[in-house]
Write a new protein. Structure first.
Length: 430
């Protein structure tokens, strides 16, 4: 049975909270046992896998674009997506494994390479669940990938204290099991795939659209994470551990916004342009309100809480966190705008250009300030880059829809009610 947007948001948020709780516990244990260098290594792997997720998001968006308004296209899109997953994984996964094996400073990328095909499969196939409005399957996979692997790492760290490689293998295993769950829920599409028409056409369409969308996604990833790679390359493992902790602590507040945005994606993809624009504006308003409130709390209590929980070795993360928070609160509304402009308006190439500018701001600012200010420099550059990204996309949204900037930023009484969203067409059967 199709769930309401409110119930899907609640379900998604519940799974995110559970995931994050165990990830926090595992992170604390790893920080206490392995120190900032060990914490930095595990977090670095978690950040690097986001590049794979960005590629999968592009394919997922291509699926939504290709069959969101025509459910009969789903089997062809499924067959085409599997071909692309196999091709991309063969090239990229082997390259990451080889690079991580040969360069000691990038050892975490070996595990990212092993997890690559499974993470890409999960993220790509999420597209079918989103347009079918069955996020409970994606939530189940997310629980295993995040909470399941975190629980395994937590238990291992507290009991046998293995090498950091064993911890990373447990992290990798979460993606393998998560992919199995996603595979199990697609029985209808697998059965129909053999007789799917126009697989070649679907492949061409996915390559064309998803290529642009994935490029934009990768650029978005680099624009929001290039600071981490710069810190990893130019500063010490301890600095990397502190900086990634500040980012991770700040991103805790993103869970609220992600739950609302994720539950709305399927409706945005399948609704009329006018209805999708209204829903996107509403979600943006709600997300920014929630994130601003969370940022205020984190600014006041975050630095002291970091030292109390993770130990004095992570004290440098507190000031960096406070600098990052304003940009992170605003950037939380960026995801739904990006999805609307890319999928509904069909302009992923514009997103690519916007993110290229964001990347230049973040990378240039980080490199210019790193030697003088340490991890505080990249924090300032990242906040500025996040503000640039959201502002430009807000202008593009206004121009594409005729709505005003106030529609994106000013909360309304009706936003606090449960009723939301347009009526959707028939969902894709998975």
């Amino acid at each position: 049975m199709k769930r309401s947007l409110f119930s899907q948001t609640a379900l998604t948020l519940g799974s995110m909270v559970g995931n994050q709780g165990l990830q926090i516990a595992a992170g604390i244990a790893i920080s206490r046992v392995y120190g900032p260098p060990g914490k930095g290594l595990v977090t670095y792997a978690g950040i690097a896998i986001l590049a794979v997720i960005a590629i999968g998001d592009g394919l997922s968006s291509g699926i939504a674009r290709w069959c969101g308004n025509d459910p009969q296209r789903a089997p062809s899109a499924h067959a085409a997506a599997l071909r692309l997953i196999a091709l991309v994984s063969l090239i990229a996964a082997l390259g990451l494994i080889a690079f991580g094996h040969s360069v000691s400073a990038q050892h975490a990328l070996l595990f990212v390479g092993v997890a690559f095909p499974f993470a890409l499969y999960v993220q790509t196939m999420n597209g079918f669940y989103l347009i079918a409005q069955r996020v409970e399957w994606t939530n189940a996979a997310s629980v295993v990938i995040n909470a399941g692997s975190a629980l395994a790492m937590l238990v291992a760290t507290l009991t046998v204290r293995p090498s950091i490689d064993v911890i990373l293998w447990l992290w990798t295993g979460g993606y393998v099991v998560g992919a199995a769950i996603i595979f199990g829920g697609l029985g209808g599409l697998r059965a129909a795939r053999a007789a799917a028409p126009d697989v070649r056409t679907a492949t061409g369409e996915l390559v064309s659209f998803a290529g642009r969308s994935s490029s934009a996604g990768l650029m978005t990833f680099m624009a929001s994470r290039v600071d981490v790679f710069i810190v990893a390359a130019l500063l010490s493992p301890t600095a990397l551990g502190n900086y990634t902790l500040a980012l991770a602590f700040g991103e805790l507040m993103w869970q609220l916004g992600r739950a609302v945005s994720w539950a709305a994606y399927g409706r945005v993809a399948t609704a009329s342009l006018q209805a999708a624009a209204a829903l996107t504006a509403k979600v943006t308003r709600i997300v920014i309100l929630l994130e601003a409130a969370a940022a205020g709390v984190a600014f006041a209590f975050g630095p002291a809480l970091i030292v109390f929980v993770y130990g004095p070795a992570f004290a440098a993360a507190g000031p960096a966190l406070r600098i990052l928070l304003p940009g992170m609160a605003l950037y939380a509304g960026d995801a739904i705008l990006t999805y609307f402009l890319s999928v509904k308006v069909g302009r992923p190439a514009v997103i690519l250009r916007v993110e290229a500018v964001t990347l230049a701001v973040c990378a240039g600012g980080s490199l210019a300030t790193l030697s003088r200010f340490g991890i505080l420099g990249p924090a300032v550059a990242t906040t500025l880059a996040f503000a640039v990204s959201f502002s430009v996309k807000a202008v593009l949204f206004v121009r594409s829809t005729g709505l005003g900037v106030g529609d994106l930023l000013v909360i309304r009484r009706s936003d606090l009610t449960r009723g939301v969203g347009p009526t959707e067409p028939a969902a894709v059967a998975v």
